[in-house]
Write a protein that binds this ligand. Structure first.
Ligand SMILES: [Zn+2]
Length: 313
């Protein structure tokens, strides 16, 4: 199932200059306007090889973007994984021990286990908890259309609907099903809470310049939406294409394989065979079942594929 390596249009840059933050947590920078307003967190590198967020966060810091109101926090999350990047194995620097984006439950954060990612999540916990609104910037292993991912709360849809891009939304009525992501930490994961919006933006393929360009645009739009910067957000010209997450399949066997090569957004009829995982057959649970984020290289214990269904208007 091995695939050719993609072109590396964006490469990691040295982030050591950003290590000393100003809130007592490495790689976390906070800017207070002194004017009442929302606290927005822009988080990059939740996954170490997703460079577009790094480009967007560096853009904010290098350009000296400061909030007109409220508070802006800019963070680089899994720099430890990022720093292991090897151009010969560009997918391996996603994480070191744990998926940083699945350990944001009290069980993990307050538990006894130790790992690079758990240590970093514990350090960043007050940073995430303090934010009213969170933009967590990601990218995909395959070159597919960008999309939002968020828990199915009105406060999230409201913001995603107000921004012109990405034009595809993956909503999660039941959460992710495979762990607790950053955007569902604490009050952001609760349906009835005073939390603001918490969104993942999947900006395109990890190593493409277009993904980095989109990440910058989405970040500035997000800050403009909340009035932190003066940026008129373009009107949304097209209704978004929305999908609902039905199942997250975690790979159980080393011989996991799809019935045909998938990159994402392929559709299957109800009952159609999508993959075999050992003896387990994974069938489409509905018509027009649309796959998101099919794994490039199946790894036991990691996600193999998301099964979704398109939502009407
Ligand atoms: Zn990611």
């Amino acid at each position: 199932m091995s695939q050719a390596l993609p072109a590396l249009e964006v490469l990691p840059r040295d982030l050591s200059a950003y290590r000393p933050g100003n809130v007592g947590v490495d790689y976390v920078h906070r800017f207070e306007s002194g004017v009442p307003g929302p606290h927005v967190l822009v988080n990059a590198l939740t996954h170490g090889n997703e460079f577009c967020g790094m480009v967007a966060a560096c853009h904010l810091l290098d350009a000296g973007v400061r909030p007109l109101q409220g508070t802006l926090t800019v963070s680089f999350a899994n720099v430890a994984a990022y720093e292991t990047f090897d151009p010969q194995r560009p997918f391996d620097s996603r994480q070191i021990d744990h998926n940083f984006n699945r350990i944001w439950s009290p069980e993990w954060l307050d538990g006894d286990e130790d790992s690079v990612e758990l240590r970093r999540a514990r350090a960043m916990r007050p940073v995430v908890a303090a934010a009213d609104h969170i933009l967590d910037i990601h990218s995909t292993s395959q070159d597919v259309v960008p999309f939002w991912v968020y828990p199915d709360f009105a406060r999230n849809a409201c913001v995603a609907n107000a921004l012109p891009l990405p034009g595809v939304h993956l909503v999660m009525p039941q959460g992710l099903g495979s762990g607790m992501p950053v955007i569902q930490h604490g009050r952001h994961g609760q349906a009835s809470s005073n939390a603001g919006a918490a969104l993942v933006a999947e900006c395109g393929q990890h190593f493409k310049q277009s993904s980095a360009d989109l990440a910058v645009q989405v970040t500035l739009d997000f800050l403009g939406h909340f009035g932190l910067i003066d940026r008129p957000v373009q009107a949304v010209s097209q209704a978004p294409r929305r999908f609902e997450l039905l199942q997250t399949h975690v790979v159980g066997h080393a011989d996991f394989r799809f019935t045909r090569p998938l990159v994402g957004f392929e559709t299957f009829a109800q009952g159609e065979l999508i993959a075999m995982d050992g003896d387990l057959a994974i069938h489409a649970p509905c018509d027009d079942c649309t796959v998101f984020m099919p794994t490039r290289e199946p790894i036991v214990g990691r996600e193999g594929v998301y099964l979704t269904r398109p939502l009407g208007d």
